[in-house]
Design a protein around this ligand. Structure first.
Ligand SMILES: [Zn+2]
Length: 437
């Protein structure tokens, strides 16, 4: 009995000691509407920053090469000055340290005077790539208070009417992810809400770079970014030589923390994959380049076929009730007539393994861990109808806090893209389509 009490106390002391040792020293300086941070997190490549400032609040994931993190946080609405507080978390969402700094008042800052209470009319919010645009009328007012809030950032600022009595302008939301929903409130100077609406931050795929000559010259790749903004579905035949139809329902994953939709996350990864493949010489066709489209699985396969694709990569992100689950999964077709014409079971399995291993290596998973698997089956209609090598790739689990954060990070998305491009190269090599470098 005594022994176990002693052990418990010792365990507690150890936890306390480790807890104290784990607190990370964070440098923080604030001036001219910005906060500058620097800290080191050993063996971590990503960290979460949560900050609060006088009129702004935000949450962002940052990348630090070799665990060294430094950068700036924009505080555009914090002219009245005050304290900036920063909490640093690891990607599992556990706090590792905090810091605060004083922000001096902007010399041009003053609280506006005049009338600021009227009915808000003709309000229009518009999606922009940087944030959102607003336009409204509030008869007889001199100024209003605009508040905005979403999953990644929030802020407030005073706005003023133009000579025609119209309030209009644009609000930049630099750390908000594309397609995130923002709630916008027009308030009186005291903060009483007069009108409330929502708007999303726009997403626009960047223009593709010019195709270079490279090790993938002559290889045609079809990228199929999974889903679309609204998941309308039709019943489709399961596959050639297979019996039955799909149920006509298809759920898409959503970020546990970011609340982002799978359709936009895989679009961002697809964009990076497109660019990486083009840089390596491949010819690329995409089944969609926007969110507001609707393509059935069969139509997507047809696009790949029409392009003469050697391989089709269908990019998705997974979700599970078990939120501890992380990793990459590669799914290949098995019994459809088309799949059998493409490759035998062993070859398909081997090619899937080439893709998985290339991706695991690129994102830093050890190859001998169970952070991913290759599965052959008949479950995926979009695989079954492909007349070329086809994989559905689950790039990670949006139900897992860590994967959810990472899947939206440009750096991590790029690693995934480089891994898939390497996989394409190794598969092309295996099939004799390209020569070894
Ligand atoms: Zn999906």
């Amino acid at each position: 009995m005594k022994k176990s009490v002693f052990a418990a106390v010792l365990a507690m002391l150890l936890v306390l000691a480790c807890g104290a040792a784990a607190a990370v020293k964070i440098g923080l300086k604030a001036e001219d509407g910005k906060a500058y941070y620097d800290f080191t997190l050993e063996n971590q490549e990503f960290a979460i920053l949560e900050y609060t400032a006088p009129d702004a609040k935000g949450k962002m994931v940052v990348y630090g090469e070799d665990g060294v993190f430094e950068g700036e946080i924009l505080l555009p609405w914090s002219g009245k000055g005050g304290n900036v507080k920063l909490t640093v978390k690891n990607v599992k969402n556990s706090t590792v340290g905090t810091a605060s700094a004083k922000l001096e008042k902007d010399e041009n800052y003053s609280v506006p005077k005049g009338k600021s209470n009227a009915k808000v009319e003709d309000m229009v919010l518009t999606e922009t790539v940087d944030g959102f645009g607003y336009s409204f009328r509030a008869e007889g007012t001199d100024f209003m208070l605009l508040q905005f809030r979403n999953k990644q950032e929030s802020g407030q600022c005073f706005v003023f009417p133009n000579e025609n009595g119209v309030y209009e302008g644009e609000i930049s939301l630099p750390i908000t992810y594309a397609r995130t929903l923002t709630t916008v409130k027009v308030c009186t100077g005291k903060g009483d809400v007069k009108k409330e609406e929502t708007v999303r931050k726009a997403y626009q795929i960047a223009q593709a770079p010019e195709r270079a000559e490279g090790r993938l010259s002559g290889v045609v790749v079809c990228i199929d970014p999974g889903h679309q903004e609204n998941g309308k579905m039709v019943r489709e035949p399961i596959g050639p030589g297979l019996e039955g139809f799909t149920s006509g329902t298809s759920g898409m994953a959503q970020g546990k923390i970011t609340m982002r939709k799978e359709s936009i996350v895989v679009m961002e990864i697809s964009e990076k994959l497109r660019d990486e493949l083009l840089r390596q010489g491949a010819t690329v066709v995409m089944t969609r380049e926007a969110q507001d489209v609707y393509h059935t699985n069969l139509e997507r396969c047809q696009i790949a076929e029409d392009a003469g694709a050697f391989i089709m990569l269908r990019l998705h992100a997974d979700t599970r009730a078990d939120t501890s689950k992380r990793g990459i999964s590669v799914y290949a077709p098995l019994n459809s007539d088309y799949a059998k014409a493409v490759a035998g079971k062993e070859d398909y399995k081997h090619m899937g393994q080439l893709m998985l291993d290339a991706m695991k290596t690129a994102v830093g998973y050890k190859l001998d861990t169970t952070t991913g698997y290759v599965h052959l089956g008949d479950n995926f209609v979009g695989n079954n109808w492909a007349k070329m090598i086809c994989f559905l790739i689950e790039t990670g689990f949006m139900s897992n806090v860590q994967d959810d954060h990472l899947l939206s990070q440009p750096v991590y998305q790029q690693w995934l893209a480089e891994g898939m491009a390497q996989g394409v190269y190794e598969i092309a090599l295996f099939r004799g389509l390209v020569e070894a470098e």
